[in-house]
Ligand binder design. Structure first.
Ligand code: G6P
Length: 614
């Protein structure tokens, strides 16, 4: 979704803004723009905007007079008004003394727009954002103070937003405001940065100030003053040093981030295990004795998340039921938040999110907190809003995930969920030390087994070469691999634009079997499991109807080999951990089908990495 950057300091702003915007490209966007304070004459605000990819904006910038040391930039993912130059940010007021970029939605924009039009303001776009900049102008006319005008305007607006403002009325500062949507201030030496997320500015600084909701800041080259909305005195904010490095946010010789991230998975899982395992003990630094006490008394668990993280939640449901023997529900955040969920202080609600900023998941977290449930967030991005708002957070530490289609973050979520399920099982006395030891021994094998699974790359690529022109794919799985059927289908849809449907294999007879003919590929995820024989029956039924069987099976499985047109093998593991291995060929399959179709793998059309609006 929309990406925001800002710079103020001794260097030329333009190259910094462009390179930071390039690092935000992965979020998904359809137009972009930049505003800089000119160095000459009136120190006015100059903007340039363009529809489409950043390359188009860059060609337009050639020769433009954006020479300043203060500037803001934006990549837009259209919500109000079509993707076009006119609707691209930054937006300006009537006098063109202010320029504003925005991520989020101003819910009462229509009413504010009427009011401003009645007062004579002239609008140039169809966006909600433009209302904000005219409103700031309106208040500025009355009070002649940028900070006060910005604050008054923000108070009038309803919704969720991050704003960054630059103005020739105060050309040596930029102003920012955050409510729900992410915004971070990067602290440099004699220079400061602003961005939607830290990786955008990581090549300039790793020292970040995370704004909380309803905080605004005046940022100059050597100072950042943060104020709570409505307050006059600045507040002290910690500067957090983040550990990610630039190499993690680069392709490192791989043709796409997605492929690089798929290949990082052995390392990601290894890091998690090293961090969380002490012999046969599972260790979460963020779980205090008090929290442990509360966890030992919970009566129900809910897992709440979106997209790929929802599929992790579904796997988590099986893991937690198996180990902790508690009732567990898994929901998508957009349903949970509106269904008036039946939760209370005896419930544990787990929120799973890579970005820690997904709007629906954040709203669901707030709903659960209101009902006094104990909230735990499993998050990748350190310092993100959900990580800060949950009662307790477990970081997945998968490093920055740039490809829109989530891969390593999913594996990291599954690994953390497995560890947490075991931890809770032990805490509740449902697992003996012997059982723990057995699970942990299997867990420890995972990094090497993931590497082994990645060696299926060639077989997967060959299969993708044969099937890439198909427009419909069916994915089937049971138990721990039913969520993987959904995840495999989602990966394929996201990056190839072919239709793919994931189904619980036991439901095949209730509908999907009607699809099967000699043209229909069916991906059957059938590692060794208690429902293995049932999967064999499903595969035979597909075979009998001449469907194209593509199987994911455990190494040495001769039965499935005979029944399958294409076969991807995973090493033997405990059933609970099988989804961690079985998803890897599915990720690679989606990747190669997309490559053969010449799709934009890392930035598929219409999708965003971090969905910060509803
Ligand atoms: C978007 C992304 C997905 C992600 C989902 C949830 O749809 O494209 O890859 O799974 O949001 O995001 P979260 O950051 O909450 O895990």
């Amino acid at each position: 979704m929309c990406g925001i950057v800002g710079y103020i300091g001794p260097k030329k702003a333009l190259p910094i803004l462009i390179s930071s915007l390039e690092r935000l490209e992965y979020r998904g966007y359809d137009s972009s723009g930049i505003a800089c304070i000119s160095e000459k004459g009136d120190r006015g605000v100059y903007t340039i905007k363009e529809q489409g990819k950043l390359g188009r904006l860059k060609s337009k910038l050639n020769g433009a007079l954006l020479d300043g040391h203060v500037g803001i930039g934006h990549t837009r993912w259209a919500t109000h008004g079509e993707p076009s130059e006119r609707n691209a940010h930054p937006h300006q007021d009537c006098s063109k003394k202010f320029a504003l970029v925005h991520n989020g939605i101003i819910e009462n924009y229509a009413e504010l727009k009427h009011e401003l039009q009645r007062k004579g303001h002239h609008f140039r776009s169809e966006t909600d954002t433009e209302v904000a900049v005219h409103l700031i102008e309106e208040y500025f006319e009355r009070c002649r103070n940028v900070f006060e005008a910005f604050q008054k305007a923000v108070i009038r607006m309803q919704g969720f937003f991050a704003f960054v403002l630059t103005t020739s009325h105060d050309p040596d500062a930029i102003y920012v405001f955050k409510r729900s949507n992410p915004l971070v201030i990067g602290v440099g030496n004699g220079e400061n940065f602003v961005a939607s997320d830290a990786p955008a500015i990581l090549s300039y600084t790793n020292r970040m100030i995370y704004l909380d909701d309803n905080e605004m800041a005046r940022v100059t080259a050597d100072r950042t003053e943060v104020f709570r909305l409505g307050e006059k005195n600045p507040r002290r904010k910690p500067v957090v040093r983040i550990k990610w490095n630039m190499r993690q946010a680069e392709k490192d010789g791989f043709p796409h981030f997605m492929l690089k991230e798929i290949h990082e998975q052995p390392q990601v899982v290894d890091t998690i295990l090293k961090e969380r395992l002490r012999g046969n003990r599972i260790f979460f630094d963020s779980i205090s004795k008090k929290t442990e006490k509360r966890l030992s008394r919970i009566s129900k668990i809910h897992l709440v998340s979106c997209g790929t993280a929802y599929h992790a939640g579904l796997v988590g449901k099986y893991m937690l039921s198996e180990c902790a023997r508690l009732p567990v529900d898994a929901s998508v955040s957009s349903e949970f938040r509106y269904e008036d969920p039946v939760v209370d202080e005896r419930d544990l609600v787990i929120f799973i999110t890579q970005s820690g900023e997904t709007a629906d998941t954040l709203a669901a977290l707030r709903a659960a907190k209101e009902k006094k449930a104990f909230t735990l967030a499993i998050v990748n991005v350190v310092g993100s809003t959900i990580a800060r708002e949950a009662d307790c957070v477990i970081y997945t530490h998968a490093g920055p995930e740039i490809g829109v289609a989530s891969t390593k973050a999913y594996l990291a979520q599954l690994t953390v969920l497995a560890l947490f399920a075991l931890y809770l099982g032990k805490l509740r006395g449902k697992l003996s030390s012997g059982q723990m030891r057995e699970y942990i021994n299997w867990l420890l094998k995972l990094p090497r087994q993931i590497e082994e699974t990645l060696r299926q790359d060639k077989a997967v690529k060959q299969c993708a070469r044969k099937l890439y022109t198909k427009r419909n794919f069916l994915y089937l799985g049971r138990g721990y691999n039913f969520p993987n059927a959904l995840e495999g289908a989602l990966k394929l849809k996201e990056i190839t634009y072919a239709h793919a449907h994931g189904y619980a294999a036991g439901e095949m007879k209730h509908g999907p079997i009607a699809l099967i003919d000699s043209e229909q590929p069916v991906i059957c995820i059938s590692p060794a499991a208690k429902t293995y024989e049932k999967m064999i029956s499903n595969i035979q039924e597909i075979e009998a109807r001449k469907g194209i069987v593509v199987s994911v099976a455990t190494v040495g499985d001769q039965t499935i080999k005979k029944l399958s047109r294409f076969l991807f093998l995973i090493p033997e593991t405990k059933e609970m951990l099988s989804s961690i291995l079985a998803v890897i060929p599915l990720q690679l399959f989606a990747y190669y089908v997309a490559v053969f179709n010449k799709r934009d793998v890392d930035q598929p059309r219409n999708l965003a990495k971090s969905v910060t609006v509803e």
